[in-house]
Design a protein around this ligand. Structure first.
Ligand code: ZN
Ligand code: ZN
Length: 383
């Protein structure tokens, strides 16, 4: 393996910093991941990328590799094994069920199941943030800043947990593997089992001189503030994922994600279902019978609606493009206006005369009751 050029494998310069290496690794491994790239040789390339990253992301191994052309240093520690074999490399991710491109990294770093070495990089925890939006904000989206507390990589030690100027050293008990072999005496005889190293707790590293700010954990609580662009057209209960805005990972693994869950306030005027907005409107009997052009409110401003002559109550009119933007796909939904023909509750003499004339013209013989509906109800209770 001495011939392998890990820098070339990841496509980074020899003096690339940790962030550049991590970035290159994420890009390359997405590109060559066997679930995505089915070209011949992609899987081999993917393994090489992992191997390169295992070495270059570890200051100790990287230093040894730079000096000796091998991550094991001149004589090696812990024999033939080391970084290439397991946890990252052969198993766990290739066989089964990734939900899709997005899930690869959470599976890769986080999930993985029992086969993962305790010193393998693991993605940090996901966080959830609830964001309240007004009815209109959800329709038009907005740019905003949010702040929340999270576990971040310690700014003092860069996550190593070691006092600045010092580095963690390879754990003397497990030689960096994070595992130890433990012999237990049982009624069936001595049994060997593999357990997480009790000295380094699986990290494979020992910190002699701890960073005073994080006490060796490599993590620090921080108030994190980010800019958020709420997309136009979100709905109540929907969520948005912000990559790596969650908590810091373990063993150099990436940050978890932040899920913003939207709570959208209701409107007193409109109802909304997806991209469709509903509005109820009352019109008079005369407008319904004769037709009219009326101004109707929409979230985009008032528009003119033509009510045709002879409109019945509960008729629906569609105002194209006056609804909410569609989150998936292009365009904007419609507004549906439902009209209710209102019957006047009290009439003056002139109106009564006009309606009597209308009834006569229609060939009806109407005998009006005196008093309003309210009067009749009241009278009914008096009896
Ligand atoms: Zn620290
Ligand atoms: Zn150890």
């Amino acid at each position: 393996m001495a011939e392998k050029d890990y820098y070339e494998t990841l496509g980074v310069a020899r003096d690339a910093d940790d962030a550049a290496i991590k970035r290159a690794f994420r890009q390359m491994s997405k590109k060559y991941h066997p679930d995505i790239n089915h070209e011949p040789g992609a899987e081999q390339k993917f393994k090489e990328i992992n191997e390169a990253y295992q070495v270059l992301s570890d200051p100790q191994k990287r230093a040894a590799y730079d000096q000796y052309g091998s991550a094991d240093g001149p004589q090696g520690f812990g024999g033939g094994q080391g970084f290439g074999g397991q946890g990252f490399g052969g198993q766990g991710f290739s066989s089964q069920g990734f939900g899709g491109f997005d899930d690869i990294f959470s599976q890769f770093f986080g999930g993985g199941g029992g086969g993962q070495a305790p010193n393998a990089p693991r993605q940090g925890a996901d966080l959830q943030y609830r964001m309240d939006l007004t009815f209109t904000e959800a329709i038009f989206g907005k740019k905003t800043k949010i702040s929340y507390d999270r576990d971040a990589v310690c700014h003092t030690c860069g996550g190593s947990g070691a006092k600045p100027g010092t580095s963690p050293v390879t754990c003397s008990k497990c030689h960096g593997s994070g595992y130890i072999q433990v012999q237990r005496n049982t009624p069936l005889g001595a049994m060997m089992s593999r357990e997480v190293c009790d000295v380094c707790h699986g990290t494979g590293k020992e910190i002699k001189d701890k960073c005073v700010d994080c006490h060796g954990t490599g993590h620090q609580k921080e108030r994190h503030t980010i800019d958020v662009t709420v997309p136009a057209g979100v709905e109540d209960g929907q969520q948005m994922r912000l990559r790596e805005a969650g908590e810091a990972g373990q063993n150099g693994g990436p940050y978890g994600d932040l899920f913003i869950v939207f709570r959208v306030a209701e409107s007193a005027k409109y109802k909304r279902d997806g991209s469709t907005i509903y509005l109820s409107l009352s019109i008079s009997f005369a407008q319904a019978a004769l037709g009219d052009a009326i101004k109707v409110d929409t979230v985009h401003g008032p528009v003119e609606l033509k009510i045709p002559a002879g409109t019945q109550t509960d008729s629906k009119f569609r105002l194209r493009g006056k609804g909410a933007p569609r989150l998936q796909g292009a365009g904007t939904g419609d507004q549906i206006v439902t009209v209710t023909v209102k019957t006047p509750k009290s009439l003056n003499q002139k109106q009564k005369d006009a309606l009597m004339a209308f009834a006569a013209a229609s060939g009806e013989d109407v005998t009006p009751h005196e008093g309003s509906l309210f009067d009749k109800v009241r009278d009914a209770f008096k009896k």
